[in-house]
Design a protein around this ligand. Structure first.
Ligand code: UD1
Length: 314
């Protein structure tokens, strides 16, 4: 049994990590400022120690890492358009807080830190799929902030010997992704709109593509990154390796849900990347990672969860 801190552990991806760690018999502490996370995301996970606080405060970061062996740093304000609208708030949550967590982890001599990086760091590179050796080209404050965080991780490995690994996520979706904000992930927004008979909005022509990754694949990749040998200081894509357009996503969800609405088209979003698809060879090689839940299967599981949670409210 090991002692893990999951920052942002009341959020979508963080709560899945906490749940799996508890299932595997580990001790888990969560720190979350509940800006986007929810206490209810953890109610079904027994024995999690919960610390409410904001990691933009170094003292909170120090308290959070006390005694832990592993840090899974998930806390963030994860939205491209929100960062375009309010870069400062995003910067505090995504960049300043990350530096605090790294300092606290270094001083507390944690064994390893796994950082939630983002595919947005690649920007609009002409070549697909996107491989970790490509030069980053962030197109939004969010992308830049997440890139700063991963470069800090690499520096902390080099300068201070802190074992820090970045796992770059690609459009993660699944149960507990919150559809309630206009900045929510597209799959959560489309499922909630289609289930309620509302027309989803597609920004741009809908032919932009994403490597949509079901959350269980990410949990598996992150937990492998927390104990694989020889990965400190590296950046590793964790995704499915495919790509699906927003128009195709809309059609797939409409068919699965059995809705009869048409989408509304609106101008493309500022800072939006055109195509995103991961090369996952490095994850295969270094982590023994293989995606286990495919896109359609993941959509079905997510819709089932959404229906069950709506039924529970009704
Ligand atoms: C980006 C990152 C992703 C990161 C996420 C955090 C890229 C390639 N991906 O996701 O790694 O985890 O930020 O939030 O940069 N869309 C619609 N209608 C909607 C909502 C979105 O058409 O109602 C479109 C967007 O314009 C975009 C796509 O769907 O083209 C996906 O949007 P979203 O789910 O917000 O994620 P990204 O911005 O791609």
């Amino acid at each position: 049994m090991a002692f893990y801190l999951v920052t942002g552990g009341a959020g979508f991806i963080g709560s899945h990590l906490a749940e799996e760690l508890v299932r595997r018999g580990h001790r888990v502490r969560v720190v979350d400022n509940l800006a986007t996370g929810k206490r209810r995301n953890l109610v079904h996970v027994p024995g999690v120690e919960f610390l409410e606080g904001d990691l933009a405060d170094l003292e909170v970061a120090r308290r959070a890492v006390e005694g832990v062996e592993f840090v899974l740093h998930q806390a963030a304000i994860p939205s491209v358009p929100r960062s375009v609208a309010d870069p400062l708030t995003s910067h505090r949550a995504n960049a300043d807080a990350t530096l605090n967590v790294l300092i606290a982890a270094r001083d507390a001599r944690v064994r390893r830190l796994v950082y939630a990086g983002s595919s947005s760091a690649y920007g609009d590179t002409p070549t697909l799929p996107k491989v970790e050796t490509m030069a980053p080209a962030p197109l939004s404050p969010y992308a830049l902030q997440k890139l700063v965080g991963e470069q800090y991780c690499q520096l902390f490995t080099r300068l201070y010997g802190l074992e820090a690994v970045t796992v770059r996520y690609f459009n993660v979706f699944g149960p507990r992704q919150d559809p309630s904000s206009p900045y929510s992930g597209v799959i959560s927004l489309f499922i909630s709109a289609l289930s309620e008979g509302r027309a989803p909005t597609i920004y741009g022509d809908g032919e932009q593509t994403r490597d949509f990754t079901y959350v269980a694949n990410v949990v598996d990749g992150v937990l492998r990154a927390s104990d694989a040998p020889g990965v400190a200081g590296t950046v590793i894509n964790v995704a499915t390796g495919g790509r699906v357009s927003i128009n195709a996503l809309f059609r797939a969800l409409r068919d699965l849900i059995g809705a009869r609405v048409e989408p509304v088209y609106a101008p493309a979003r500022a800072g939006d990347v055109r195509h995103s698809q991961a090369d996952i060879d490095r994850a295969r090689r270094l982590l023994g990672y293989e995606p286990t839940v495919g896109f359609e299967d993941g959509l079905r599981k997510t819709i089932d969860w959404y229906r069950a949670s709506q039924a529970a409210i009704a």
